[in-house]
Ligand binder design. Sequence first.
Ligand code: PLP
Length: 386
Amino acid sequence: MQRKTGFSTKAIDEANQINPRSIIPPIYQTAIFPYPTDEAPLVHGHPLRYSREDNPTVLALENVIKALETDDEKADSYAFSSGMAGISSLFFSKLKPGSTLLLSSEVYSLTLSLANNLAKYGVKVNVVRGNQLIDSVTSDTTMVFAEVMSNPTLNVIDVPALAEKCTRFNAFLALDNTFTTPVNFKPLESGARASINSATKFLAGHNDVSAGTVVGLDISDVWNWRRMLGGILDPHAAYLVHRGVKTLKVRVEAEQASALKIARELEDDKRISKVLYPGLPSHPTHDAAKRILRGYGAVLSFEINGGEREALSFMRELKLIKVAPSLGGTESLVMHPASAFGGSMSKEELKMAGISESLVRLSVGLEDAEDLLWDIQQALDKVVKP
Ligand code: PLP
């Protein structure tokens, strides 16, 4: 019997299958491979011939991500040049004119825009709040798409209940696992058919690469859409993502310990009117989070007393935490969801997603929690009267 290996062992060891003569998987910096030839190895069931289709460095990463997301050998795993490249390839492969896509209103703003644009290809798009998804699945639903933990309100979906309903109605459940990561949650183990990550965030983890991953069952056609849309990951970027993934578990665990500490402090601060962190009992989806997640993640959002002016001034006064529209990296980052998403979401959509003008999202990195707290306090001191 083969020994069961742990998360980080898989993250480090799995890719070595690709070239056992190299401890670190080499970067195959080539666009082409000898073809036709009797010796062309099969990758995803196709002969290796062209890097827009497959590349061994990309495959090494795909094997690692698959091992982290599921034990199911039947699953396929594909890596992309961004999370959006992965999501669009999945949408195109699963939806056609007449299909119905049921979507949570709390997904990333460009996922929402992409879905709304699919209407012009004859896809029916039904957008509902995350907590209404389960009741909205019907025999007409082709695909359900949601984020396990939503951005920026950190609402956690009751995945087992949603998956049960999707199975009953034969709807394909695809979950964006970006905020939760396979460290804290594995969608396929809870009945979802696909798990998507913007690997730009926690998986790569160092704010220096753009990438996406899709792992799932019955998704072999995604390979075809990836090569038609041209969204495969570059081999150099695949190497960087894999290097990041080796430390994913230790990073996420350290970052979420700091996030919990900061969330608790802010909840006691009179200058903050609301803290959204699923690890706090006050969070609307704390119970679901406690039941299904291994950890609560490293992102929290909070409303500062006042409005947009106070939120933006607070961000300007920060000295250590950077203002940037991403998350999941070693550097702590803040952003203002109402203005960042305002370009692609209407006022109504912002309101529906629970994004107020004073809301600030904080992605906690690997700096010391005490320094981050000092930075937040000193910025609040300048902006908000106690
Ligand atoms: N999913 C979530 C939850 C995101 O936050 C983002 C981007 O911010 C994406 C998907 C898109 O990923 P990418 O920026 O890698 O295309």
